[in-house]
Write a protein that binds this ligand. Structure first.
Ligand SMILES: C[S@@+](CC[C@H](N)C(=O)[O-])C[C@H]1O[C@@H](n2cnc3c(N)ncnc32)[C@H](O)[C@@H]1O
Length: 308
């Protein structure tokens, strides 16, 4: 009872919330340093029933193909941050990939019975062979930031969903991925730029925390890194690859949008997001206060980059 009231008190107070994340992140860094990579965070399928799990997996895979404008996967694929199931990776194999690698800084705890049921469900729907999972090479305990600098493999596809926002250095990771992308290869990353429930109240409260403090609250635990849409757009331009950044969510607006360019989004939704930004702008940390309203109003994107 006391601990629940204490937790409520902490959540309602920004300074206490920051203090909680500082301690929690310090503990996460100690766990990682001692080689303990297991985590319960990122467990999506634990919360879904079987039909919802299968629908999620199919939706993610359809999205990858749709965003890339291709009909099938091919060659060697890497999925970053598979979370608590290999089902997305298995389905990419069933739909054309020859070999797959999963890359994860942590090892998300899986429910073996649920995982078996999801893979059986995919087999029933797609007639895929039980041996597909044998073509997956799992690299747990390998952050994307270092995996792609150390491998000499070339990839035809590199994909992720709800992952790049958790990387401690997503731009360095993208640079490394670009060097390992085969000619004609494509990367698709769907990135959720929200605060993942870190703070109560205004959805952009996490952007008010000074940079050094925020990093110490997040770098070991994989909490959102606050790398926002303009940094991904700048990376794509600098990398000199074909592709684009499209908006999938807006700050303070429920549900998803697009994916579309800012200008092509519903005008009322854009106004609502800009109004959300206006109510917190004076309190933002200096780096974010310097950004245009439109950049702060984007709360989710999909990044596609192709090597010609
Ligand atoms: C929110 S989960 C998303 C899981 C899955 N893609 C999905 O759609 O449900 C984030 C995943 O990113 C992984 N992750 C976090 N930091 C990472 C890093 N630096 N390198 C690789 N994976 C990372 C987590 O362990 C987890 O598997």
């Amino acid at each position: 009872m006391l601990s629940r009231s204490l937790a409520r008190l902490v959540r309602r107070n920004r300074a206490l919330t920051c203090a909680y994340y500082l301690i929690d992140d310090w503990r996460a860094r100690r766990r990682l340093a001692s080689g303990r990579i297991e985590t319960r965070s990122g467990r999506r399928h634990a919360e879904l029933d079987l039909d919802a799990s299968l629908a999620y997996v199919e939706g993610v895979v359809d999205d990858y193909l749709g965003y890339a404008g291709r009909d099938r996967f091919a060659g060697r694929l890497a999925e970053i941050g598979p979370g608590d199931s290999l089902a997305v990776t298995v389905l990419t194999l069933a739909r054309g990939a020859r070999e797959a690698h999963t890359v994860d800084r942590y090892r998300t705890i899986r429910d073996p019975a649920r995982e078996t049921a999801i893979l059986e469900g995919l087999r029933a729907r797609y007639g895929c062979a039980a041996t597909l999972a044998e073509r997956i090479h799992e690299h747990a305990g390998s952050p994307a930031e270092t995996f792609f600098t150390r491998t000499d493999l070339a990839f035809d596809w590199i994909v992720s969903r709800a992952v790049l926002e958790h990387l401690y250095d997503p731009i360095a990771a993208l640079d490394a991925m670009a060097t390992r992308l085969a000619p004609g290869g494509v990367m698709v990353h769907r990135i959720d730029l929200r605060d993942h429930g870190m703070f109560e109240g205004h959805p952009l409260t996490f952007l008010t925390v000074p940079d050094r403090l925020y990093r110490a609250m997040t770098v070991g635990s994989g909490r959102p890194n606050r790398v926002l849409a303009p940094e991904y757009t700048a990376w794509l331009r600098r990398a000199g690859m074909n592709g684009g950044v499209r908006v999938t969510r807006l700050a303070g607006v429920a549900g998803t949008v697009g994916p579309a360019r800012w200008d092509a989004l519903d005008a009322a939704a854009r106004r609502e997001a800009l109004a959300t930004v206006a109510t917190i702008r004076p309190r933002l940390a200096p780096r974010f206060r310097a950004l245009p309203d439109e950049d702060l109003a984007v709360a989710g994107i999909v990044l596609v980059a192709e090597r010609s």
